[in-house]
Design a protein around this ligand. Sequence first.
Ligand code: AMP
Length: 420
Amino acid sequence: MNILILGGGGREHALAWAVKQNPKCDRLIVAPGNAGIAMVAECADIDILDGASVVTFCEENAVDFVIVGPEAPLAAGVADATRAAGLLTFGPSAAAAQLEASKAFTKAICDACGAPTAGYARFADAAAARAHITAQGAPIVIKADGLAAGKGVVVAMTAPEAMAAVDDMLGGRFGKAGAEVVIEEFMAGEEASFFILTDGTNALPIGTAQDHKRAFDGDNGPNTGGMGAYSPAPVLTEAIQAQVMAQIILPTIAEMARRGTPYQGVLYAGLMIGDGRARLVEYNARFGDPECQVLMMRLGAQALDLMLACAEGRLDNARVTWADDHALTVVMAARGYPGDYAKGSVIGGLDRLPEDSRRMVFHAGTRTDGAKVTANGGRVLNITARGDTLAIARDAAYAMVDAIDWPGGFCRRDIGWRAL
Ligand code: AMP
């Protein structure tokens, strides 16, 4: 079959790498793709936020299956457009993707189905929000309601910090996404991510992961999109996974279906585990980046079969085959990230690295002129390896990092420390 993947980051390189290994895949196109993706797939330059352009491209190229990578096209209704045109599509409708696009929506779903999550209140008025903070005290969490590129959450350790966040968000820093704030109870514990495929009715867990959000070693420095990840997440034990399925995932799926907006695609639950139970921090409507890289490394070619079963409503018959192993990815970013950074620095040594089913360099922000690869973004490479233990996977990943010649880049040296 002919398959189109939308997106151009490390997540999409990992998806393309896994999909390409499946004999069902004849032609693989990724839009817009990047220099690494170009080594496994054709790259196409289309506006992936415009459903009509995506549909036209699919018709012209006889695409049989569309996989939507990032959240922006989902929120823009691209999966609605492709499905309406009769194209088999992996990814939720815009209505269902509100589970990621609106914090207030997710809280309302949790209320309706009794899923455990942090207590909360919603405010559009700064004075009322400030009064609430005074009454509740700190620590407390302030969130812009809408999509704010991962920057719309402030975990405030003091009341003045919380007040400043409210003023900032309601003052228009995030435009419409910050017209309302959700103020949440602070949850203590350890965070982990749980990935579930659902066709709207059936649910199939496909793995767990943990990531590192801070820029520097020891979980210090500013928040980023993620500097590394590993799978599985030891904190998500079988017992906790069972609790999460029973109390959070299945009730959410049922509630979405009851509202007439069934959720189809991958549901990524961000969880806080403390006192022997998990509570929902947030949902995302797509695979995490870089968590997808470690999941795809462990799933391999079957990822395509699973996404097809999901899109075709056949998940009740689908099974995941797990190797009892571990995967770890180290993000290499341009110096300066997540602040200002330069583009265009040359990355050497990539052609000397082994790439197979156990070791892969997934590209995030790269370009190539055919001869050399240059950095073209903040997060640039995902150095990914698997092994029988997490320590083996980590050592294999860092051995590859050390063979890369890129003075313009940096990475954390302690990915996986919590689990090791
Ligand atoms: P979110 O975008 O909702 O995932 O929030 C980003 C990050 O803020 C999460 O990954 C947590 O580390 C933290 N966070 C969000 N909500 C809470 C909460 N209620 N209690 C503690 N930490 C939180």
